[in-house]
Design a binder for this molecule. Structure first.
Ligand SMILES: [Zn+2]
Length: 94
């Protein structure tokens, strides 16, 4: 597990809104919110647990942090970059 993934998990666990009180015992990885390493394939990088678009530096709210929405942002705002592969984003990030 990478450091970023650990950070995202901690952010999800300490997230205090809505179901936080009842989910502590049934917390599962699939339910976590926050930045996920896989979002790099849509051009998004981690920014304090939120997703930050590398292409326009726009930060998406947690409520918009779903793979489908990230892909939609990429396809509608940056159609010229939607065919870039994950490796090209990772390279740009470093
Ligand atoms: Zn963007």
């Amino acid at each position: 597990m990478t450091l970023k993934a650990v950070h995202a998990e901690i952010t999800a666990i300490t997230d205090s809104d809505d179901d936080a009180t009842t989910s502590s015992s049934t917390f599962s990885k699939t339910k976590k919110r926050g930045y996920d390493e896989s979002y790099i394939s849509f051009g998004f990088v981690d920014s304090n647990g939120s997703s930050l678009c590398m292409l326009c530096n726009k930060q998406l709210p947690n409520s918009s942090m779903a793979p489908a929405k990230l892909r939609r942002h990429l396809e509608t705002v940056h159609p010229e970059s939607k065919d870039k592969n994950k490796e090209s984003f990772v390279r740009k990030k470093e």
